[in-house]
Design a protein around this ligand. Sequence first.
Ligand code: PLP
Length: 389
Amino acid sequence: MSHVKYAERVENLAPYPFAAIDKARAKAKAEGKDIISLGIGDPDLPTPDFIVKALQKAVEDPATHRYPDYAGRADFRKAAANFFNKRFGVSFDPASEIVALIGSKEGIAHIPLAFVDPGDYVLCPDPAYPVYSVATGFAGGKVHRMPLVPDFNFTPDFEAIPDDVARLAKMMFLNYPNNPTGAVASKEFLADAVAYCRDNEILLVHDCAYTELAFGKDKPVSIFEIDGAKDVAVEMHSLSKTFNMTGWRIAFVAGNAHHVGGLGKIKTNVDSGAFDAVQMAAIEALNRYDDPAVLKNYKIFGSRRKRCEQLLDEMLIKYLKSDATFYVWFQTPTKESSAEFAARVLSTTGVVLTPGSAFGHTGEGWMRIALTVPEDRLEEALKRVSEIL
Ligand code: PLP
């Protein structure tokens, strides 16, 4: 016990949804259940070998053992800019327009501190990765939720945002390809988002954790492929899902020097950069983003996605068909709330699903599958679920 009470920002904080799911899973496991976790978006496939080898080599050099550069190594930022140029056809000055992040979660959590004053609004999608709204609250900002619904292809309807909210809004988070829905945004939608943010003087933060995890012939686009986006947007790119490197904690933000510099200024005061050896391995990854070892992993996720969609079709369950991300967003097939359904599925079958409500109110009525188990386990999981429907 302590006589020191938590700060209000912690007192008022709901438990991180995935921590709660982890706890329920641990309990079911302790009861002897064979757990199949389709809960957390953490790839089961290893990091490609050439990236692991690059880390092994880098870590042998004592120069990597010291404090890194705050904004990232010059050669890492150059590799990030080259990747951007080759993949999206957009140029950035590595010295002023790219900053390394200790995972994109870190960048998302810190960016409101650079741009949001107490009382400012931040426009957050709902359902969404929970960090957007929590980080807004930490900065004293107010969250305005933009519902993502099937009628609008799981993209926000900007016309539904009240004028007084738009006037006080400083920042908007968007994330395509989307977690949790798997939706991919059209270039037209992204152009509307840029126009809306320009008209309302809002910084658009586009979270691109899943741009590479796409299985169709047209790859998802960057916001910077839209004319004028550099004036209004930053984009976070993570190596976590792109290269199965979730544990390595490495990502970067790209944008104009003013926007990227604002986040950089916060970071110099709260962290001391990403481990140099990890950055050196990340350079290798970015330079070889189309290496067969990387593409092979996307193929595996794409094939799991197809199989999952087939099985949901057979179960007559409605879901969003997509060819990006390793998430499948499906409608709760019973009258239970999504949390009740998830709890019953876990306690009776040992299968972990994430209830849509963990991502926001609009997620109620939906469930998320993360395709992070081999195909035979996925089949087994869905068979168990179908047996209790
Ligand atoms: N953004 C989205 C939408 C995510 O789903 C995740 C992780 O699941 C992240 C950001 C964070 O990724 P990382 O911090 O590993 O780069």
